[in-house]
Design a protein around this ligand. Sequence first.
Ligand code: SF4
Ligand code: SF4
Length: 426
Amino acid sequence: MSKKKDYTAMWKDLGIDLAAHDGLLEVLSSAYGEVFLSQSDRPKGLGYFDLLVSEIHGRRIEELLEAKKRGGKVFGVFCLYVPEEIILAADSVCVGLCAGADVGTQHAEQVLPRNTCALIKSFVGFKLARVCPYFETCDLLIGETTCDGKKKAYEIFGDFQETFVMEVPHTKSAQAQVLWRSEIQRLTNKIEEISGKEITAGNLSESVKTVNAKRRALQRLSALRRARPSPISGRDALLINQVQFYDDPVRFTEKLNALCAELTERVAEGTGVAPAAAPRIVVSGCPMAAPNWKVPFLVEKNGATIVAEESCVGERGTRNLVAEDGETRDDLLDRIADRYLQVDCACFTPNTERLDHVVEMARDYEADGVVHYALQFCAPYTIEAYKVQKALERENVPLLKLETDYSMEDAAQLDTRVQAFLEMLE
Ligand code: SF4
Ligand code: SF4
């Protein structure tokens, strides 16, 4: 992540701690070079995504500020359950707030217990350390009652920035569906209030198509990774899944479809990122928000290829589309509510759909093994790992369970465990 144009004045206006922010950009730039740019024979279409990342705190923030000058608002979200479609329909911008680095941990631990998952500490730390221009650009943050850690953290977070919290039910019963539909309505009302724009059947229908097109492009990318050898590394595919939460959705879709056309040619030629016989791995578990690249880097540097992610930054977030057949605003909000309640987060009980999806993905991507990735202190995913293990054992798919955080302290130990797992697969 390099600084080309000087954005110092913009960051200063936003109240960013410039010294801490410079330190963050330096660390990210060096990690990006090691994890991504060091790979050989990357598809040319990745150039756009490299540029996007290099300007993620620069040009993209300028674009958000320009959208605000034109009368739009910026909404920051932390979770897949917040429908982007409703935000776009209000002529506003939706950004996924990055929670994948531990730069603000010391600040976060002043208000949160140490044994809180790294993702929660990260978003609280980014705000308190004033190193994220996205937080400072947002007109409203939208949280959700998914896991206990998040919902309690939002109570504290609300002291620092206005935060609206949606109630996400924890079952998918008929009563839960009614509750969830009413929360979709409450969110719609709030977005109309903040944006000053009316959400109509017309603009909602357009935004549903926009987001569906983005998810279709991501599905296309996933399908191409079924090829043997895969035409793109797991790291690069993860990066694309990560930056979809920041980029303009129409431009992102266009660039991703262009990359997919190139990958289609690579598949036809048999060009891959690793030998066809390299172990194929599905990663399953907690979301990997940018710039959390530790485990994928370790898996691929040891010679395997990650062919899919059963994760919120992966197929859990892209598998389902919103039905486009609604005619009224209420019809469309019904379709949106139905689609979002299909997401199989470990916060739900029971969550058998996720187990089915892990097994299906291991089969469809011809995976040699699954790496279950969970953040320390994440009860939903660390506990559900037992059920995932049992489901995969029934299908004779080997599993490696990893629990980690965002620090590099355990990198050597993880490396040894990954190497042993891959040797066992061979
Ligand atoms: S894991 Fe669950 S709570 Fe976390 S982002 Fe995904 S859906 Fe939301
Ligand atoms: S990783 Fe687990 S504990 Fe952390 S926010 Fe997500 S569901 Fe909650």
